[in-house]
Design a protein around this ligand. Structure first.
Ligand SMILES: [Zn+2]
Length: 73
């Protein structure tokens, strides 16, 4: 009977370890760098990326996103 329990907890522990490792890996990086806009594939200027670490889109698409985001639904 104990075997099934041990197996389950082993798997759960493994998943926890994986999740923790992934989280630590993410945390070790300051932000994900996006050299290209996720919305229109336009190159995002280095200055903009330096000013906004982890920025995902160019100025134009950022404006569109913010405009869309107003009111949040
Ligand atoms: Zn864009």
């Amino acid at each position: 009977m104990a075997d099934a329990c041990d197996l389950r907890s082993d798997r759960a522990q493994q998943m926890l370890d994986d999740a923790l490792a992934a989280r630590l890996q993410k945390a070790s990086r300051p932000a994900i760098d996006h050299p290209y806009c996720l919305d229109c594939d336009e190159a995002i200027p280095l200055k903009r990326r330096e000013a906004l670490p982890g920025v995902e889109c160019c100025v134009d698409c950022q404006a569109i996103r913010e405009h869309k985001g107003v009111g949040n639904g």
